[in-house]
Structure formats: structure tokens, C-alpha cells
Ligand binder design. Structure first.
Ligand code: MN
Length: 251
């Protein structure tokens, strides 16, 4: 089985090392093609107005001076001589829960894989900055257990899987739950304003925790209760229940 690894934290990120150890439990045909620098928050962006360069770091190890989507695209079209059977993106340093996913470069790399018809999984480690255990402890110990059933579960085309690991020590993890995507409230997210050395204003996003509701059966609730969350996602964002009513407004 050929596996392509990528992420949005960059080729030197500690989470990518964790992912390499997870992937090695399934295959020795593992390739890495990841952004050269951190691209967290890049979402599904594709570099259209700047050249993208491919750097070789060793056998089957490449970085791309672009986004996670650029990295998957270059891997599939230039780096690999035959497509991978599986794409793993992560392990992201931080949560990708609820409405995080459209901002997420980690999940978007998996979206790019799903668009190419390849089984794709995004993996993220929720962080507790005050914890004494290794930040990626849960991902390292539970990664293969979360992935194994996903390898032969039938999935329709244009779907992908989003996995999050709770911010607790591996021996405290309660298990793995298949759950739906929860809701964050990004509309109340704060923007911090400061002044640069020239006295000009600048703005900084994403400094404060995002408010959310722990609805039953969601990824947010599973993580809160100490479980690994596994959420199938679809690329069809159409709200089908509204389609009929809307169509009538245009007749
Ligand atoms: Mn990231």
C-alpha cells in the first residue's frame, strides 16, 4: 500500500514525525510531500499568482513552497509515478473540530485527495498547553487504531475522514467515536489590534479560544469526553432540504 503524507504545519513539524511513525505501521512505501513552511489556516487555497518550487529532502521526502493543496497536487502530478492508495494529512498541531474545517489546511489537503478519488484522512491533535505529557501522546498511541478500520470501510466518492485526538495522555483516552461535525461560533471570534514600530495598526486573528456548543453526538463532545473523534465529511455542501423551496422562488 502506497501512502502519501502531508500537513499544513510544514515539513519540519513535529506532528509530521508522529504521522510517519503511524504510517510505518501500515506500509514501507510512504512518501512525504508537505509545505516548506507552516500553512495553518490556509484552507483549500491553491497558489495561482506565484511560482511554486519543489525541494527534495531525501528519498521520498519533498517540500513545496506553497499551500497544502499545492503539495498534494504536486505530489499526485509530479512527484509520484503512480497514485497513492491513501493520503494522510497531519498530525496537525491543534484541533480541527466543528467549523474549523473550512479554515484548515490539514483537512483541505485531505479534501484535495478526495477530489482526486483517493482515500484521504485528516488527523489533528487537540492541544492542552498546560499538560505535562507529550503533546502528541494520544495521536501517537491511537493513530493506527483510528486509521485501521478506515482502510477497508466503503466510502462514497468525494468523501473524506476527519480525525481528532483529545488533549490528554494516551492511557487516559476513553476510546474512539464516530461522530458528526459540531458547531463553533467563529462570528464571535476576537481580533487583537496592536501598533507596529512605525505606529501603524496591525491585526492578529485566532488568539483566543473559540466558543462552541457541545451538542450531543458531535466531534466537540467526543473530544470533551476524552474520546478520539472520527467524522466522515462530504464535499457536496449543497443544503438539499432548502433546494426545493429556493427553486420555487425562481419559477
Ligand atoms: Mn496546522
Amino acid at each position: 500500500m502506497r501512502i502519501l503524507l502531508t500537513n499544513d504545519d510544514g515539513i519540519f513539524a513535529p506532528g509530521l514525525k508522529v504521522l510517519e511513525e503511524i504510517a510505518a505501521q501500515f506500509s514501507d512505501d510512504v512518501w512525504i510531500c508537505a509545505p516548506h513552511e507552516e500553512q495553518s489556516g490556509a484552507g483549500h487555497s491553491l497558489s495561482l499568482n506565484a511560482p511554486v518550487r519543489l525541494h527534495t529532502h531525501g528519498p521520498r521526502r519533498f517540500s513545496v513552497t506553497g499551500t497544502p493543496t499545492d503539495s498534494v497536487t504536486l505530489a499526485l502530478r509530479t512527484v509520484l509515478d503512480s497514485p497513492p492508495d491513501l493520503i494522510l494529512s497531519g498530525v496537525n498541531r491543534g484541533a480541527n473540530l466543528g467549523d474549523d474545517i473550512t479554515y484548515s489546511g490539514t483537512v483541505s489537503a485531505a479534501i484535495e485527495g478526495a477530489l482526486a478519488g483517493i482515500r484521504s484522512i485528516g488527523l489533528s491533535q487537540v492541544l492542552d498547553r498546560n499538560a505535562s505529557h507529550d503533546q502528541f501522546d494520544a495521536a501517537g498511541a491511537w493513530g493506527a487504531r483510528a486509521i485501521a478500520p478506515l482502510l477497508d470501510t466503503p466510502l462514497p466518492s468525494r468523501t473524506l475522514i476527519n480525525v481528532n485526538f483529545p488533549p490528554i495522555a494516551a492511557n487516559k483516552v476513553a476510546g474512539i467515536r464516530a461522530v458528526r461535525q459540531g458547531f463553533h461560533d467563529y462570528s464571535r471570534g476576537s481580533v487583537v489590534e496592536g501598533r507596529d514600530p512605525r505606529g501603524l495598526p496591525y491585526y492578529w486573528f485566532g488568539l483566543h479560544p473559540i466558543e462552541h456548543t457541545l451538542d450531543h453526538g458531535t466531534d466537540l463532545e467526543a473530544i470533551d469526553e476524552g474520546f478520539v473523534s472520527v467524522t466522515p465529511l462530504q464535499l457536496d455542501l449543497t443544503h438539499h432540504a432548502s433546494l426545493g423551496a429556493l427553486a420555487e422562488r425562481y419559477t
